[in-house]
Design a protein around this ligand. Structure first.
Ligand code: ZN
Length: 64
């Protein structure tokens, strides 16, 4: 019997957000660990990238 683990479902990569202060919006950009491009999101936490992967977006240095 072979056991196949789908690690992607259990281990989410964590990416560090760069805060963008734009007029009326707090956006973050992250460097995608999958496609190595920059993706924008409207906040921190669990996000799905435009290239179709999930990751956890964290602020630099954490939040107080
Ligand atoms: Zn990507």
């Amino acid at each position: 019997m072979s056991t196949t683990y789908t690690a992607l479902e259990h281990e989410l990569p964590t990416v560090t957000a760069t805060m963008l202060i734009t007029a009326g919006n707090n956006q973050v950009t992250v460097t995608c660990p999958h496609c190595d491009q920059q993706h924008r999101h409207l906040g921190l936490g669990l996000r799905r990238s435009p290239c179709g992967h999930w990751y956890l977006v964290r602020a630099i240095g954490g939040q107080r």
